[in-house]
Structure formats: structure tokens, C-alpha cells
Design a protein around this ligand. Structure first.
Ligand SMILES: Cc1cc2nc3c(=O)[nH]c(=O)nc-3n(C[C@H](O)[C@H](O)[C@H](O)COP(=O)(O)OP(=O)(O)OC[C@H]3O[C@@H](n4cnc5c(N)ncnc54)[C@H](O)[C@@H]3O)c2cc1C
Length: 300
């Protein structure tokens, strides 16, 4: 049986061959995945990890694709996307238990309906819970790792495990999950009692600030570079004269210099070339080597 048919037979969720990843990244960039799997539950994640391990197929994981630059030639082997099908959000006391594919916006809203707060600072980050925990996404001076009680993982052999937040090595845009390779299938967040009206007001304030300071009218992956210690990558790029720099249809935003925009039909090659130019500018002007915040996927 072909890989495609075997995956179809073993999985409840979606399986597609040659799926264009430009439809699954917020940059709207990326070539095809050989085999694209959207699991309908943790048992699908276990099946696909075992399947890939047994056949020696490369296995790649994504969430909402909001921090990814996928190569124009795409991704070989099996790509697992946690999204639709793994979005359940449950409330138990002041703990919010969420499957890895749920969007942060939905988690904030569901917690608010139970008068639980503590996740408002994430408003406007277009991430899945799994991706946000792996990246230790943050905003407004708070990181998601600060709220994680426990995660449930499926390792590359298909075994289920649990780890507490304290065991995940969270620091600025980092968790040990980035090198571990395990797939986050569920996260328990510890929240605090807060009225839904107050939460709604705060969320609206954060969203307004994003609309004022970020170029949300074009596809992007948010901040491209990490902030160096004690400084901001956006400030450095702007001061080095990087705003408006363009390669093909990729452009450094004039509103927020740490964003690279897809003006329509930009390729991964356009973006990576522009990344190189921006790095060189900042290095020549300030002697600082900017590190990438976005993850590269596929061949570059
Ligand atoms: C407009 C905009 C604004 C943004 N603002 C912010 C911000 O304020 N703060 C911030 O921190 N980020 C921000 N980002 C970046 C991005 O949203 C975060 O990095 C987010 O955490 C990525 O989540 P994701 O689900 O899209 O993950 P993806 O981009 O799909 O994946 C990111 C990484 O996580 C891995 N991964 C994803 N899901 C799983 C899983 N379930 N198990 C194991 N590994 C997994 C992937 O392999 C990849 O290495 C912004 C992006 C955009 C487009």
C-alpha cells in the first residue's frame, strides 16, 4: 500500500498528498508537504509518529504557521499540523485544559466566559497553543511559559508523556521542547479569577495597540528577529535604514521594522535574501548579529 493510503487507513483526521503549505502559513509562503496530516485526536498523533519512525520518514510539526518560513520547495516526508480536530478547551476550577491545536484567541475567550483571566496578554498573537508553548510566545512583558502548569506530549516513538511547566526550561522565546522533538497535544494553564467584562476591556486595549503599531494589512510572521539583550531588533533595523528595503515582493515594513511583509506573491527566497540584507545592515552599523525568531522549515 502507498504511504498515502496507509495514512488514510490509520488516521481519523485529514490526510492529503502534495498539500501547498502557503495555505497554512500566515506569510502565505511555502511549497508542498509530501504528506500532510491534520490529526483528529491524540491517537492520530501517536499513529503518525509511530508510522513515520517505522518507515524512516522525516516528520515535521506545525501549528498555525505564524512563526514559519517554509521553503519554496516545501517539506519532505510527513508534516503534522495541529489545528482543526484538536481544539478542545475544558475548564476545571481555575485550570484551563486545552488541546494543542486550539487557537489562543479561542482559549482567552473560553476562559473569559468562565470568568478566568491571566491569558489576556496573548490577545492578537495568531498562534496555536502548541506552537505558542514551544516558542514561549510572549507580549506585554509576560510569557506563556509563566502560565503553564503541565503539558502532555507524544514523543517520536509515539509514547505519551507529561511534564510540568517547571521542567520545560522556559526563557525568552525558548523552551526545551524546541530541541526535544516531542509533539504538544495538550496544555494545562493555571488562570486567575477575573470578571469577563474586565478581561474584555483589557483584550480590546491590547488589540488596539497592535493595530496602531503593527502592519496587519499584509501577510507576515510577526517579528522576524529576536530582540538582542537590552535592545529592540525593530529599533536597530530602523536606525540602520532598513525600513522599506525590498526584495521581489517581500518588504521590510515601514510601520514596524521587525516585520517583513508579503506584498503579494513573495517567495521564501525573497524573504531569506531580505533577511540577509537586514542582518548585514545592522551588523555593519552596530556590530550586532541579529538572530532569527522565525523558524525555517524545509531546504534553504
Ligand atoms: C501578526 C503576528 C503577530 C505576532 N505577535 C507575536 C507576539 O506578540 N509575541 C510572540 O511571541 N510571537 C508573535 N508572533 C509569532 C507567532 O505567533 C508565535 O511564535 C507563535 O508562538 C507561533 O505559534 P504557531 O502555532 O503559529 O506555531 P508554528 O509557527 O506553526 O510553529 C512554530 C514552531 O513550533 C513548533 N510547533 C508548533 N506546534 C507544535 C506542537 N503542537 N508540538 C510541538 N511543536 C510544535 C513548530 O515545529 C515550529 O518549530 C506573531 C505572529 C504574527 C503573524
Amino acid at each position: 500500500m502507498s504511504v498515502y493510503l496507509e495514512l488514510r487507513a490509520g488516521i481519523r483526521g485529514t490526510v492529503r498528498a502534495n498539500e501547498p503549505l502557503s495555505e497554512h502559513t500566515t506569510w502565505r509562503i511555502g511549497g508542498p508537504a509530501d504528506y500532510f496530516v491534520e490529526p483528529a485526536g491524540p491517537e492520530d498523533v501517536q499513529f503518525v509518529t509511530r508510522f513515520a519512525a517505522e518507515r524512516g520518514l522525516p516528520l515535521t510539526v506545525m501549528g498555525n504557521g505564524s512563526n514559519l518560513l517554509v521553503s519554496d520547495t516545501g517539506v519532505r516526508g510527513v508534516l503534522v499540523k495541529l489545528g482543526r480536530g484538536m481544539e478542545r478547551v475544558l475548564i476545571s476550577g481555575d485550570v484551563v485544559l486545552v488541546q494543542g491545536g486550539a487557537k489562543l484567541s479561542r482559549v482567552i475567550r473560553t476562559a473569559a466566559e468562565a470568568d478566568l483571566g491571566g491569558l489576556e496578554f496573548m490577545a492578537g498573537i495568531p498562534a496555536s497553543v502548541g506552537g505558542a508553548v514551544v516558542m514561549n510566545a510572549g507580549a506585554n512583558g509576560v510569557c506563556l511559559g509563566d502560565r503553564v502548569e503541565e503539558v502532555t506530549l507524544v514523543d517520536r516513538r509515539g509514547e505519551v508523556g507529561r511534564r510540568s511547566g517547571a521542567e520545560l526550561g522556559f526563557r525568552y522565546r525558548w523552551s526545551d521542547l524546541q530541541t526535544d522533538g516531542a509533539i504538544v497535544t495538550e496544555v494545562a494553564f493555571r488562570c486567575v479569577p477575573r470578571s469577563r467584562t474586565e478581561i474584555g476591556r483589557e483584550v480590546e486595549r491590547f488589540l488596539r495597540r497592535r493595530r496602531e503599531t503593527q502592519p496587519l494589512e499584509h501577510p507576515s510572521a510577526g517579528c522576524v528577529f529576536k530582540n538582542p539583550a537590552g535592545d529592540s531588533a525593530g529599533r536597530l533595523i530602523e536606525a540602520a535604514g532598513g525600513k522599506g528595503l525590498r526584495v521581489g515582493n517581500a518588504e521590510v515594513s515601514r510601520k514596524h521594522a521587525n516585520f517583513i511583509l508579503n506584498l503579494g506573491g513573495a517567495t521564501a527566497r525573497d524573504v531569506i535574501t531580505l533577511v540577509g540584507q537586514v542582518r548585514q545592515l545592522v551588523s555593519e552599523k552596530f556590530g550586532i548579529e541579529l538572530g532569527l525568531e522565525v523558524n525555517l522549515m524545509g531546504d534553504f
